[in-house]
Design a protein around this ligand. Structure first.
Ligand SMILES: *Cc1c(COP(=O)(O)O)cnc(C)c1O
Length: 386
């Protein structure tokens, strides 16, 4: 199935809605039946039929079909946030006494889920290197039920060898999950390398307009069915039909947006690399990236996120630089239309309650859809001033 078919047609039976190009938003909580027999039949598979919108809603269903096809998996579920999707996927494979191997410094609330929350339920986690496959495999024990990956990481861009990890895990009956928010399904499909479950924060590229919080889990039918009947239906972190229709709109331009963001970010990373006030640039698309071979094997492009360090020993210089930028807004998140900067010195200065694992000179940058030349001018002006 080609991407253009998936994005423009899959799941959209337009004859059902008067030929409307854009599917209606089924803003309804429940669905009425004519006969007891048809209601009885619907209950035989609540995931497929329309009974109640916590389970299955027609607008959300279109989105699910497209996301599953984009990730080359059997099925997908959409959640009210990325972390709800991650929590559901992780919890679906664990019980008390189980052990998890997770890459170091994953998304902050994924880290909290594993290092704090799940500990209350008797699940233990070992955090391992995110660039050394042997370190990941060596830490698996007979109790390990899950290997949790994030490739690339969205701060330091460490990548994991999906094929090697997936074939090891399959042999040991361990489930593999990866967060694929950074690449989006356009630039990386972990299922094609054997990864069992793929999670996304749809708040980032998939919706892409900085106006919805949502999440996705994609995977094999048996694993998705289990999540539906357990975590999805009991914890109930579902998206609204309205949000699903907004994400559907965002999805129409996903390939265009991620390509633009990727190309813009490379142009800017190369420009920063030659600037005397920049100490180093870390971008998985640059030829000097440490894992360049693995990137070439697993990804067909990178996201528009990258990082760099200012060449200074003064934290105030870092603060002033971030505050001087005009086009780059200072904010968390990424994946929208707008370029952003996140200064790690936020976690170092007086009054910070965080314990940073990155130096204060470190900046995480997201490049959006603006003209690269305009963004470079903005950076040039800010660098001249500090
Ligand atoms: C933002 C993000 C999440 C969490 O998603 P929410 O939609 O904010 O809950 C998870 N993983 C990564 C890599 C993210 O960037």
């Amino acid at each position: 199935m080609d991407i253009d078919y998936i994005i423009n047609h899959l799941g959209e039976d337009r004859s059902q809605w008067n030929g409307a190009i854009t599917p209606p938003t089924y803003q309804t909580s429940n669905f009425a039946f004519e006969t007891v027999a048809s209601l009885r039949h619907a209950f035989s598979d609540e995931k497929k039929h329309h009974i109640y919108s916590r389970g299955n809603n027609p607008t959300v269903e279109i989105l699910r079909k497209k996301l599953a096809a984009l990730e080359k998996t059997d099925d997908a579920l959409v959640f009210s946030s990325g972390i709800a999707a991650i929590s559901a996927a992780v919890c679906s494979v664990l019980k008390s006494g189980d052990h998890v191997v997770c890459v170091q410094h994953p998304y902050s609330w994924t880290s909290h889920l594993l290092s704090e929350w799940l500990v209350r339920f008797g699940v233990s986690t070992t955090f391992v290197s995110d660039v050394d496959t042997d370190d990941i495999l060596d830490h698996c024990t007979s109790d390990t039920r899950l290997i949790y990956l994030e490739s690339p990481n969205t701060m330091t861009f460490g990548c994991q060898d999906f094929s090697r990890i997936a074939s090891f895990a399959r042999e040991k009956n361990i489930v593999t999950i990866t967060d694929n928010s950074y690449c989006s399904p356009i630039f990386q499909n972990p299922a094609t390398f054997g990864i069992d479950l793929i999670v996304h924060s749809a708040s980032k590229y998939i919706n892409g307009h900085s106006d919805v919080i949502a999440g996705v889990v994609c995977g094999r039918q048996d694993l998705i069915d289990r999540i539906f009947h357990e975590e999805f239906m009991t914890l109930g972190a579902i998206p609204s039909p309205h949000e699903a229709s907004m994400i559907l709109r965002g999805l129409r331009t996903l390939p265009l947006r991620v390509r633009r963001s990727y190309e813009n970010s490379l142009t800017i990373a190369r420009w920063l690399q030659q600037h005397p006030k920049i100490r180093r640039v870390l971008h998985p698309g640059l030829p000097d990236f440490p894992q360049v071979d693995l990137v070439a094997r697993q990804m067909t492009g990178t996201g528009g996120l990258f990082s760099f360090e200012l060449d200074t020993e003064d934290i105030h210089t870092c603060e002033r630089f971030a505050e001087t930028l005009q086009y780059f807004m200072m904010a968390v998140s990424w994946g929208g239309h707008e370029s952003l900067i996140f200064p790690i010195c936020t976690f170092h200065g007086e009054g910070s309650t965080h314990t940073p694992h990155l130096p204060f000179q470190f900046f995480r940058m997201y490049v959006g859809l603006e003209d690269a030349e305009v963004l470079i001018k903005d950076l040039e002006t800010a660098l001249d001033k500090v």
